[in-house]
Design a protein around this ligand. Structure first.
Ligand code: FNR
Length: 256
């Protein structure tokens, strides 16, 4: 169901949000979006994405955090079928090269995976990173130079979540030669294509990541990924109340 959104004025006081808390349904809506977002490759419906929906999703992306507030992103919308076909050709070449990189026993499985929906989705968007968008010296990028690219990834994630909340599927395609993609889309060399995304309405969303269902990799247990004070210093539930809580919440994502 495509819904329209009523814009109501926010309660603000001297430029501050005095409304600190979301109510339960608002908070649950966010968790529902996070836990039901999927990478979509194969269930796209051909119908168009209305401008009013796409505009909202792009605003969500544009309100991502960025290092030094540099907002290094641009959104290159690709709807032309011939252009999409050319990107698909790039994918096919890279996909064949990629298959050879996996150990022999995994190659057939790799080849059987559907890893893009470039042609089936009505819309593709390339999110880029302009490393010069705020001059050479940027607050927060002085020592870790890749921070601008991470900022564009934040925009990708915002878009991905907003799209899910709008009932839109998004699939990230990174099996592409970056330079050839730049040439194809006339992106200057100094602008980095961060994400090539396939977007559209879908028949259904899967409950689990397709790579998990295909037996490629399982989801890692969260408690093993949490370290304390020092790298690799993990703790058991008996040793730490947070780990105990994480174990107790194992079904939290499934509640949504
Ligand atoms: C940076 C990056 C790059 C890619 C992806 C993701 C990210 C974050 N993913 C999607 C990825 O396979 C997927 O997110 C995981 O398998 C987890 O599944 P869900 O996203 O939870 O459905 C992805 N999927 C795909 O089919 N082809 C691809 O080239 C890529 N590339």
């Amino acid at each position: 169901m495509q819904s329209t959104i009523k814009h109501t004025a926010k309660a603000t006081h001297s430029g501050q949000q005095t409304d600190i808390w979301f109510d339960d349904s608002e908070r649950n809506g966010l968790y529902k979006t996070i836990f039901n977002r999927r990478d979509v490759r194969g269930q796209f419906k051909p119908g168009p994405v209305p401008d009013e929906v796409l505009s909202r999703v792009l605003y969500a992306a544009h309100h991502a955090p960025s290092v030094g507030f540099m907002q290094p992103w641009n959104f290159l919308v690709v709807a032309d079928q011939q252009k999409k076909q050319q990107v698909h050709d790039l994918f096919t070449t890279a996909h064949n090269e990629a298959a050879e990189m996996f150990p022999e026993e995994k190659r057939d499985t790799y080849r059987s995976l559907k890893l893009e929906g470039i042609l089936e989705s009505p819309l593709n968007i390339c999110i880029t990173c302009d490393r010069d968008s705020a001059g050479p010296t940027v607050i927060g990028r002085t020592h870790i130079k890749t921070m601008d690219q991470y900022s564009s990834v934040c925009a990708v994630q915002n878009l991905w979540l907003a799209a899910r909340a709008e009932g839109l599927g998004v699939g990230w395609v990174s099996i592409l030669d970056q330079r050839k993609l730049q040439d194809l889309l006339n992106i200057p060399r100094k602008i980095i294509p961060i994400a090539y995304l396939c977007i559209g309405y879908v028949d259904h969303f899967y409950d689990k990541p397709e790579l998990e269902t295909a037996g490629w990799l399982p989801r890692q247990p969260l408690e093993q990924l949490v370290h304390f004070d020092s790298w690799q210093n993990t703790r058991s539930a008996e040793e730490d109340s947070l780990i105990e809580q994480i174990n107790r919440d194992r079904d939290f994502p499934e509640q949504f």
